[in-house]
Ligand binder design. Structure first.
Ligand code: ARG
Length: 588
C-alpha cells in the first residue's frame, strides 16, 4: 500500500496544478514545527522564482483550492510562503485501518528487488567469540531482516575465518603437548579417529596459549607458520585435525549465535574459497591484470582523483602463498558461480575499510564481479568501555561474548526481581529476552560507523532510549489487551476511530510513518533509523496512555477504537523489534 505522506503529497500536487502551477512543487514533509502543524509544504517558496511571484501569494492561492478538501482540517499559508497542514482525523483513521488490515503493515517492496549476499559474523574458528564480533553479528542480522522485509532475496553468510595462522598455532601447540597423536605420524596412512582429541573448552585454552607463546618464541612461531603452510598444501594428518577443530568450534559457534538470535543461511568458510584460487590467479596473469612487484603478485588499484595513496592489491606473496585478499577475491568468484548476486554487503570493522577499497577495486577492474554487481562496505566502529577505550574485562583481558551476555542477563534478572515477587524460572527466561534487547538495541541505536560506549546501567534501564524501555511499552500494551480480551472484548475486530484526541492523533501520525521508515532504513542500511522511529513511537504511545482512559472508558464504541489503535501500536513495535533481531516477553 502507499504511504500516508504520498497521499497527502498527491492532494498537494493536485492543488498546485489546479492553481496553475507545476504539480511537482507539491512536495510534503513531516512538520519540523509540530507546535504549528503536522505536515508542511515548501513548494511556494521553490516556485516563487519561476513564476516571478511572492511565495506567500502562491501559497495563498494553493491553500484556497484546498478549502473543501476532506483530507485536511487546516491549511494555512504563512509568511514568507510556507503551507502548514493539519490532516483530518477521519483521513488518518481510515489510513491506519487499511494499515492494520495490511499484513505488511504498510511496508512496501523495493522498486528493484535483488539478490543480496550479506557477509557478516566473520568469527574465527577456534578463537572464542569476543565482543569485537558482536557488532558484525548484531548489525548484519538486522540489515538482513530489513532488506528481506522490503522484498530482496537475502543470503546471510558467516564467512568463518578458518584458513589462517591460528590453525597452524593450534596444530603446533597440540604437537608439543601430545606428540604421540596419530595425526603427527608421517608414516600413518589409515583412517583418522572420528572423535576430536580435544573439547571446546580445551580448544579455547589451547589457542590463547599458543598465540601467547608465538609472540615470545620465534622458533615456535616458525613452526606454526610451517604447519599452516603444510595444512594449506594438503598434509593429511593436519587436515584431519583441522576438520576436528572446525567441527568442535562450529558446534559451539552455532550455539552462541543462536543465543543471540543471529542465524546464517550459509556457513561458508575461508577454506571454501581456496579451490577457486589457482584458476583466478592464472586468469589475472594471463589477462595482464597482475604483475610482479618485488617477487609478489599484485594488481594496481589506484585511480585518478584519489586523494590518498591506495596501495596495490596483493594476490600472492613472494613465496607463492595466498593472503586474506586472495581469499576474499576468490570468495567473490565462488559467490558469483554459486549464487550470482546483484550485491554483496560486508559488515566488518571499519578499520578494514582501506583493505576493502582495494579488494572492491581489484574485483571490479579484473571483472571478478559483473559490471553491475554492487559491492558495499558497511563498516562499524568500536565498542568502548566507559573509559572510552576498547571494551575489556575487569582485569583488562579480552571480554568473551558469552560472559558479556551472562553479565547483562544477571543485571536484568536483578532488576526484574527487585521490585516484585516473580517465579524464578519465569524471571530467568524474561531476563534473557530483555537482556538481548538491551545488548542489541544498545548497539543498533547508534549509527553503525560510530564508536559507542557500552554502558550496562544505561542499556539495561527501563527508561530512556533503550531496548528494555521499548519492551516495557510493548508489555504494557499486551497487558491492556489481555484484560480487554478477558473481559469478553474482541481485539481482532476492533476498528480505528476517526475523532482522535491530540495525543491520540500524535500517536496515529507516528504510526503512519512506519513504512517510510523501514524503506529508509533499507536504503541506507541503517537500523539506527528504525531505533529512533520506535523510540519516538513508544514515547508517543506512553504520552497518549497517560492522558487517556482506555479500559475504564465507559463508551463502549470509543473503548473499542482505542483498543484497535493500541493493538496496531503493538503490532508495529513488535514488527520493528523483529527487524532489529529481538522479541518481547509476555510479562516483565
Ligand atoms: N574473520 C575476520 C576478522 O575476524 C572478519 C571477516 C570479514 N569478512 C571478510 N569477507 N573479510 O577480522
Amino acid at each position: 500500500m502507499d504511504q500516508l505522506i504520498s497521499r497527502i503529497e498527491h492532494e498537494m500536487e493536485n492543488a498546485f496544478a489546479q492553481a496553475g502551477y507545476d504539480a511537482a512543487l507539491g512536495k510534503v514533509t513531516l512538520s519540523n514545527r509540530p507546535d504549528l502543524c503536522e505536515y508542511q509544504c515548501n513548494g511556494a517558496m521553490a516556485g516563487a522564482k519561476k513564476y516571478h511571484k511572492a511565495p506567500i501569494q502562491i501559497a495563498q492561492e494553493v491553500a484556497e483550492t484546498l478549502k473543501e478538501n476532506p483530507a485536511f482540517e487546516e491549511v494555512d499559508a504563512v509568511k514568507p510562503g510556507f503551507i502548514n497542514l493539519k490532516v483530518r482525523g477521519a483521513f488518518l483513521g481510515s489510513y491506519l485501518q487499511e494499515m492494520k488490515e495490511d499484513p505488511a503493515l504498510s511496508v512496501g517492496k523495493a522498486s528493484k528487488p535483488g539478490k543480496i549476499i550479506i557477509d557478516y559474523g566473520g568469527a574465527n574458528v577456534a578463537k572464542p567469540l569476543h565482543v569485537g564480533h558482536l557488532r558484525s553479528a548484531v548489525i548484519g542480522e538486522s540489515v538482513k531482516r530489513i532488506l528481506r522485509k522490503v522484498g530482496h532475496e537475502v543470503i546471510g553468510d558467516v564467512h568463518l575465518g578458518d584458513w589462517g595462522l591460528q590453525m597452524g598455532l593450534i596444530i603446533t601447540e597440540l604437537k608439543h603437548r601430545q606428540p604421540e597423536l596419530v595425526y603427527f605420524d608421517p608414516e600413518y596412512s589409515g583412517e583418522y579417529p572420528s572423535e576430536a582429541p580435544f573439547t571446546i573448552s580445551e580448544l579455547e585454552e589451547i589457542y590463547p596459549a599458543a598465540s601467547a607463546r608465538s609472540k615470545t618464541d620465534a622458533q615456535y612461531k616458525e613452526e606454526a607458520m610451517a604447519a599452516t603452510f603444510e595444512l594449506q598444501h594438503g598434509n593429511r594428518g593436519y587436515l584431519a585435525l583441522w576438520q576436528h577443530i572446525l567441527d568442535v568450534s562450529i558446534r559451539d559457534l552455532k550455539k552462541n549465535y543462536g543465543n543471540l538470535m543471529v542465524d546464517f543461511d550459509l556457513w561458508k568458510k575461508e577454506s571454501d574459497a581456496q579451490p577457486y584460487i589457482p584458476d583466478m590467479v592464472q586468469r589475472l596473469k594471463d589477462e595482464g591484470y597482475a604483475h610482479l612487484d618485488q617477487g609478489a603478485l599484485v594488481v594496481d588499484v589506484k585511480e585518478e582523483g584519489d586523494t590518498k595513496e591506495i596501495p596495490p592489491c596483493m594476490i600472492l606473496k613472494s613465496d607463492g602463498s595466498s593472503l586474506y585478499n586472495t581469499t576474499d577475491l576468490a570468495t567473490l568468484v565462488m559467490r558469483r558461480q554459486l549464487y550470482d548476486p546483484d550485491e554483496v554487503i560486508y559488515v566488518v570493522d571499519k578499520r578494514q575499510e582501506l583493505y576493502f577499497t582495494q579488494v572492491f577495486r581489484c574485483a571490479r577492474k579484473t571483472q571478478i564481479v559483473k559490471e553491475d554487481t554492487r559491492l558495499e562496505f558497511l563498516g562499524f566502529g568500536t565498542m568502548n568501555g566507559k573509559d572510552g577505550r576498547p571494551f575489556k574485562t575487569r582485569d583488562g583481558g579480552v571480554m568473551r561474548l558469552e560472559h558479556l551476555i551472562a553479565d547483562i542477563g544477571e543485571e536484568m534478572y536483578r532488576k526484574i526481581t527487585e521490585n516484585h515477587e516473580t517465579d524464578p524460572d519465569e524471571a530467568r527466561e524474561t531476563a534473557k529476552i530483555v537482556a538481548l534487547s538491551a545488548l542489541k538495541y544498545g548497539d543498533l541505536s547508534n549509527q553503525a560507523s560510530k564508536d559507542y560506549i557500552f554502558d550496562i546501567d544505561k542499556f539495561t534501564s527501563f527508561e530512556g532510549n533503550t531496548g528494555p524501555y521499548i519492551l516495557y511499552t510493548i508489555v504494557r500494551i499486551k497487558s491492556i489487551l489481555n484484560k480487554y480480551t478477558e473481559a469478553g472484548g474482541d481485539v481482532k475486530t476492533a476498528r480505528i476511530g476517526n475523532n482522535p484526541s491530540p495525543s491520540e492523533k500524535e500517536l496515529m501520525i507516528r504510526l503512519s510513518g512506519y513504512g517510510d521508515c523501514v524503506a529508509l532504513a533499507a536504503r541506507e542500511l541503517a537500523p539506527h533509523k528504525l531505533c529512533s522511529y520506535i523510540y519516538e513511537l513508544a514515547n508517543a504511545f506512553n504520552h497518549f496512555y497517560h492522558e487517556t482512559r482506555i479500559l475504564s472508558e465507559t463508551d463502549e464504541d470509543r473503548r473499542r477504537e482505542l483498543i484497535a489503535l493500541i493493538d496496531l501500536t503493538r503490532e508495529v513495535l513488535e514488527d520493528a523489534i523483529d527487524l532489529l533481531g529481538f522479541t518481547a516477553p509476555e510479562r516483565m
